[in-house]
Design a protein around this ligand. Structure first.
Ligand code: MRU
Length: 357
């Protein structure tokens, strides 16, 4: 998708270096950063220079390519795979991607290992783009149906950033919106700010602006009253891990939005590629919920009057704060899942109909 009219992907490989867009600096500064080794890859994921479930999976895949470039040694590769999986706990795509890579690379001693790793990392990215495009086409039908009934702007609420910046291209939750816009369907997006890291304000609103899509940033607590006022036709969010029973783990605050949507009879959709499905865990209580630094709450970064990026403290110095990064939306509050294979009930039966598991 576009930034200042130029098409980008979020990650690419060039001359034995991985290039990423540093998302900690957006929207104020556009910086392409070089990732040169496993340590850089782990830090990029942990510090959220790359974030979003599919993108951290892709970063981990390229991290293993970089590990081979550093040292073509199976012990080193194994350690790198563990470090990459442990760099963030909640999104299942990380483990999914590393496991997929290691299936191809474990025990390979030949000098072809680098090419095998690179091909697989590239395929993980290409596949994600195809899947996100299909999610868009499947979700487009839902938006189109609302538009055909309403004959007026379709108002969509989204949380966090499940846009192209969270994937390789298109995004998950935003892909249906981009497809609707391309088809000429008028859409307006309510963008939840998404405290504490403001992925909605800093990333979703930014990427929608760059594609010329109307959007308005709202404080995270505003969605409820907008729904009561009839200002929301549908919600679409992404997910970091969806269980096979349809329970959805996503950015903190998603659950409260789903409850408000349920109370107001507003459809609540979750868009996801199959790489985000955890077919193993049976109980959402077993999902590791990331707890991040309390500094993400107590401090805020933005441009000062001289145009410099500055961080300031906004909480009382003596106050404690707690920063859980994800929550669970039980399947009963999810109208349907939008996947690359089609739209299904958020249930075991629904998922099984689409995926042969
Ligand atoms: O902590 P983040 O910014 O990585 O969280 C991202 C989200 O919660 C997204 O909604 C999710 O990864 C889906 S991305 C297509």
């Amino acid at each position: 998708m576009k930034i200042e009219g130029k098409n980008y992907r979020t990650i690419w490989f060039e001359k034995n270096i991985v290039k990423i867009i540093d998302q900690t600096k957006l929207p104020h500064k556009f910086i392409i950063k070089d990732i040169k080794n496993v340590k850089d890859s782990v830090n990029a994921i942990r510090n959220m220079e790359v974030r979003g479930a599919p993108l951290i999976g892709a970063m981990a895949a390229y991290g293993l390519v970089l590990a081979i470039l550093e040292k073509n040694d199976q012990t080193y590769l194994k350690k790198a795979s563990e470090d990459l999986i442990n760099s963030r706990p909640t999104a299942i795509n990380l483990k999914w991607s590393v496991d997929r890579m290691m299936k191809k690379l474990s025990g390979v001693k030949s000098d072809k290992i680098l090419q095998i790793a690179l091909n697989e990392a590239i395929e993980i990215c290409e596949e994600d783009i195809r899947f996100c495009e299909n999610i868009g086409l499947n979700g487009l039908k839902i938006i189109e149906e609302i538009y055909n009934k309403k004959k007026d702007t379709v108002k969509i609420l989204t949380h966090c950033n499940a846009g192209w910046l969270a994937t390789i291209n298109w995004g998950t939750a935003t892909s249906p919106i981009y497809h609707a816009h391309k088809k000429g369907i008028p859409v307006h997006v309510w963008v939840d700010e998404t405290r504490p890291r403001n992925q909605g304000a800093n990333l979703t609103s930014f990427e929608l602006n760059e594609e010329g899509i109307k959007n308005t940033i709202i404080a995270d607590n505003t969605g409820g009253i907008l729904m009561q006022r009839g200002e929301v036709d549908m919600c679409i969010v992404g997910t970091d891990r969806t269980l096979s029973n349809g329970d959805v783990c996503n950015k903190i605050g998603t659950y409260l939005k789903a409850l408000a949507a349920y109370d107001n009879n507003i459809p609540f959709y979750v868009a996801l590629p199959s790489s985000t499905i955890d077919w193993n865990l049976k109980d959402y209580k077993e999902i590791p919920i990331e707890e991040r630094s309390s500094e993400e709450l107590s401090h805020i970064e933005g441009l000062d009057e001289n145009g410099n990026l500055n961080k300031i403290q906004i909480y009382p110095q003596k106050s404690k704060s707690m920063n859980l990064a994800f929550d669970i939306t039980p399947a009963k509050y999810v109208t349907a899942l939008i996947t690359e294979k089609g739209v299904c009930d958020a249930s075991n039966l629904g998922l099984k109909k689409l995926f042969d598991k």
